[in-house]
Design a protein around this ligand. Structure first.
Ligand SMILES: Nc1ncnc2c1ncn2[C@@H]1O[C@H](COP(=O)(O)OP(=O)(O)OP(=O)(O)O)[C@@H](O)[C@H]1O
Length: 572
């Protein structure tokens, strides 16, 4: 809170203290007014003291009410600043964690918990911290005022506070356990919501008429959640009622004590009146303090969760400059396993000599994309080594020097230019570089012809922009990959969405498109693959065959079989 907004914190704290102190003012002014009434010689006479006491009373009540109004708005700004700061931390952590962390369900569970709970807490924590500070000031002031009237009045109220605090703590712990327990269910509900409300899914959901089934599953998840929520809420309601009952008993006991003290002549009538008002106000301060404490108690495990999430999400150092490749990028006996899974890549050795186009083929699930992510430094091998010009290459070096075009690339809802330059935001944007990349990817003319040229917003999700076809989006993604001037480029199904003419144009002249870069090409299209300098055939995570197209066809193995199948399909 202090880091997010210092001035705001001071102003909010000052308002809180003012509010609490005005409560004490109310007690003192009430006593003055009662004294003036009780001391008056006759019921009809109005003394100057009474007028003064009433004026002070009106002023402190006015101050206390105005403080409330100012406080709630002030806390909104402070709450927003604190929430923004928390979000910045989470976004940075998410952007910085290694890719493999995203494959772990426990990370996704924690992220969901942080997103759902921890991030909504800071705003309430802000008001609770301030409420607690103000409440404590008021509480101490009120206890002092009561002790001044008669010290016997204090212990009753303080004894009551012990069980009330304990009940609040118990209630808060129940809340954290509930959140941890229902986390997987929350993720399932969110997933189904996203499937049903996101634009890219709208067409397929309609085409299969899947909406009723998906709505049903979402409804089931909702029902499961409610089935857990209702008894949880009942338990918390019970604890809340018990705590209120104990507080009310405390107040009642204090009031009885006031009467007894008056009967024994220890308190005058005006003191008794002031004590009754103080006890009532003290009750209010206790409620404020306890509510603030219970919100804080409730927030503590969530915030600890957030903190450990931020600490554990070791962020990586910023991107380094890429290195040129002089000889080759080589993988030796590389294996990789996703967390809690059998290896997806097993003892693979491949080499990408400088300036070559090397292809990776194989059936679905044979490990091509996983291997490509190892080559790009996105996954660290579980065993084996990756070397760059015969020197061991660390993940961050590979990420700086290898560019990947994924099959499921991102369609950024940004301008056409931003969609391309995002690949390398460190270098100043030069129109010629942008257009050269777009030309190589065969999309320059189409982008230039958009209503505002390269400044045209692509996609329709954020504003009414110009949407592109699947193949055009893929070319924009290819332009992005080419804009980043790295020595090695991995192209994972780069032409999957392109028409035959576009694909032929791209692969007819693939070497001029690559402009000297070394390329690892993943494709199921043998028409594209056959022109590669060298081909690796993967099967169940291993390299099963390797060689040039002609060598592999002559070998008569898996490659020859798959090639013959595809060729036959065209000839039939
Ligand atoms: N995130 C993941 N977590 C666990 N296992 C995964 C994950 N991604 C892929 N796998 C498994 O790893 C294996 C290799 O997958 P990979 O995506 O590398 O195959 P691929 O050859 O690229 O397939 P395709 O041709 O279908 O793109 C598969 O068995 C797959 O089930």
């Amino acid at each position: 809170m202090w880091h997010a907004d210092r001035t705001g914190t001071v102003v909010a704290a000052a308002l809180q203290a003012l509010g609490a102190l005005s409560g004490i003012g109310v007690v003192l002014a009430s006593k003055l007014a009662l004294d003036a009434v009780l001391d008056a010689p006759s019921a009809s006479s109005v003394s100057g003291t009474l007028v003064l006491a009433l004026a002070v009373l009106a002023a402190v009540v006015a101050i206390s009410s105005s403080v409330g109004v100012l406080q709630s708005q002030q806390q909104r700004i402070l709450g927003e600043r604190v929430t923004q700061q928390m979000w910045r931390g989470v976004l940075r952590a998410c952007a910085g964690v290694p890719l493999v962390t995203w494959e772990s369900t426990s990370f996704l569970d924690r992220l969901e918990r942080v997103r759902n709970n921890a991030l909504s807490r800071p705003a309430s924590v802000v008001s609770s911290v301030l409420g607690l500070a103000g409440g404590l000031v008021g509480l101490v002031g009120m206890v002092v005022a009561l002790a001044a009237l008669d010290p016997l009045l204090v212990p009753t109220l303080l004894v009551v506070a012990v069980p009330v605090v304990a009940l609040n703590r118990l209630s808060s712990r129940l809340e954290f356990r509930f959140a941890v327990r229902t986390n997987p269910l929350q993720r399932r509900r969110l997933y189904l919501k996203v499937v049903l409300i996101s634009r890219p899914n709208a067409a397929e959901v309609r085409a299969f008429g899947a909406a009723p089934h998906l709505l049903g599953r979402h409804g089931d998840a909702d029902a499961d959640y409610l089935a857990d929520l209702v008894p949880h809420v009942r338990r918390r309601q019970g604890l809340g009622l018990l705590s209120t009952l104990v507080s009310a008993l405390g107040l009642a006991a204090t009031l009885v004590l006031v009467v007894v003290l008056v009967q024994h002549g220890r308190l005058s009538l005006s003191e008794a009146g002031a004590a009754a008002i103080a006890a009532r106000l003290l009750g209010g301060q206790m409620t404020t303090t306890l509510t603030a404490m219970s919100t804080l108690n409730e927030a503590v495990p969530f915030l600890a969760d957030l903190e450990s999430f931020l600490d554990d999400a070791v962020t990586e150092e910023s991107l380094r400059p890429g290195r040129p490749l002089d000889r080759a990028l080589t993988l030796r006996d590389v294996s990789f396993a996703y967390p809690d899974h059998e290896p997806a890549v097993r003892e693979v050795s491949i080499s990408l000599p400088r300036g070559s186009v090397v292809a990776l083929v194989g059936e679905n699930g044979s490990g091509k994309t996983t291997l490509a992510k190892v080559v790009a430094g996105l996954y660290a091998p579980t065993s084996g080594s990756v070397s760059w010009d015969d020197e061991p290459a660390a993940g961050h070096d590979l990420r700086a020097s290898v560019t990947v075009l994924f099959q499921d690339f991102i369609r950024y809802q940004m301008s056409a230019r931003d969609n391309i330059v995002l690949a390398d935001t460190r270098r100043p944007v030069e129109e010629e570089h942008v257009r050269a990349a777009a030309r190589s990817a065969g999309i320059d003319e189409a982008l230039a012809a958009l209503p505002s040229g390269y400044d045209t917003m692509l996609g329709q999700e954020l504003e009414a922009g110009s949407d592109l076809s699947g193949g055009q989006w893929q070319r924009v993604a290819l332009a992005r990959a080419l804009y980043r001037d790295s020595a090695v480029v991995v192209l994972d199904e780069p032409t999957a969405a392109m028409d035959p003419r576009a694909e032929a144009a791209l692969f007819g002249d693939v070497r001029s498109m690559l402009a000297g870069r070394t390329a690892l090409l993943i494709s199921h299209r043998f028409s594209s693959v056959r022109s590669a300098d060298y081909i690796y055939v993967m099967d169940a995570g291993r390299v099963a065959e390797e060689g040039t197209h002609d060598e592999l066809v002559a070998l008569g193995g898996t490659y020859a079989e798959l090639y013959a199948l595809q060729a036959a399909a065209y000839l039939d």
